[in-house]
Design a binder for this molecule. Structure first.
Ligand code: PSU
Ligand code: MN
Length: 302
């Protein structure tokens, strides 16, 4: 198979120790250089501090790599958007052409599952885009959550998406949406969206028990754990809502479509806020890494 799992992760998995997958689209398309590399390496350190083994996922020369080296992470950061963003539909092409690919939530889940990694920490997932009733733009991340057995710890989804429709699709596809110490679906830069999650857990153990119950029953598909950004790093809702509306309007005016939408919006939001949104983004990923690893650790104890 076109997969390379780093030795440390293989050993941890065989010993029943926690391994945490991390994605590379957030590095190449989600943040500018050099903050992308600094963040990715720091996230790996946080996973380690909490007792887990980090495995950053990407595609190198047509090989799905689960657990990149520091140099490889650096390369994904430096090359940035020149490395194509790869979703499920792109995988066979990248494998056959032996090229590089930045893995999205969807493809990181696919490779994590192949490697036997249950937990995956990221910033935000893709979802139903605003205006999807006309464009049909619904992220492949949702379909992947429906079918692939990986638990994703994120800070909810950005309000660049239509959050009520995103929740509806997750419900249709049978994906449990669990709030970590909250009943309110977090909206990435802010702790609340005004929308309710399906279930609230208050500690890593409770979250791990739900994951275990789904796996024990053989119910295929992912689980979404939504962990709000820490209060001190969250943004003012009125500020970020205005910025998002402006970025979405510009995207429409420029005629940007499909897979270019999310990277455009992320970069534009960071520009308009003068880096404030980037700082929040980095902090929420750190927080997800800590909580996600604690959940992975509890899962290993069950
Ligand atoms: N949302 C974010 N940050 C990100 C992404 C989404 O807040 O970096 C990335 C993830 O890799 C996600 C992808 O899987 O964008 C979704 O892209 P699309 O909407 O084209 O499916
Ligand atoms: Mn899309």
């Amino acid at each position: 198979m076109n997969i390379r799992i780093k030795k440390e992760a293989k050993e941890a998995l065989s010993l029943g120790m926690p391994v945490v997958a991390l994605e590379s689209t957030i590095i190449s398309h989600g943040m500018p250089y050099p903050q992308n590399v600094e963040t990715a390496l720091q996230v790996e350190r946080i996973v380690r501090e909490h007792g887990g083994v980090p495995a950053t996922v990407g595609i190198i020369d047509g090989i799905g790599v689960v657990g990149m080296s520091e140099n490889e992470i650096e390369e994904f950061g430096k090359r940035g958007q020149s490395i194509p963003k790869v979703s499920r539909r792109d995988l066979p092409v990248v494998f056959a052409k032996k090229s590089w690919g930045a893995t999205t939530v969807a493809t990181t889940m696919i490779l994590a599952a192949k490697a036997g990694v249950e937990f995956f920490v990221t910033g935000g997932i893709g979802g139903v885009h605003r205006g999807a009733e006309a464009t049909f733009d619904i992220s492949a991340d949702l379909e992947e959550l429906a079918r692939t057995n990986v638990t994703v710890i994120c800070a909810g989804a950005k309000a660049i998406l239509d959050l009520p429709k995103t929740l509806e699709v997750l419900e249709t596809k049978g994906v449990p949406v669990i709030g970590y110490q909250t009943w309110d679906l977090p909206a990435f830069y802010t702790r609340t969206s005004g929308l309710s999650v399906d279930c609230r857990v208050d500690n890593p153990r409770e979250a791990a028990e739900i994951v275990k119950a789904k796996r024990d029953f053989g119910l295929d598909g992912g689980i979404l754990i939504a962990n709000p950004i820490p209060e001190e790093y969250s943004m003012e809702a009125s500020v970020i809502d205005g910025v998002i509306a402006k970025a979405v309007k510009e995207m429409e005016e420029k005629g940007i479509k499909g897979k270019d939408c999310t990277p455009f919006l992320l970069a534009r939001i960071a520009e308009i806020t003068g880096g404030e949104s980037l700082a929040s983004n980095i902090r929420l990923v750190f927080n997800n890494a800590a909580v996600g690893t604690e959940i992975a650790k509890e899962y290993c104890r069950l």
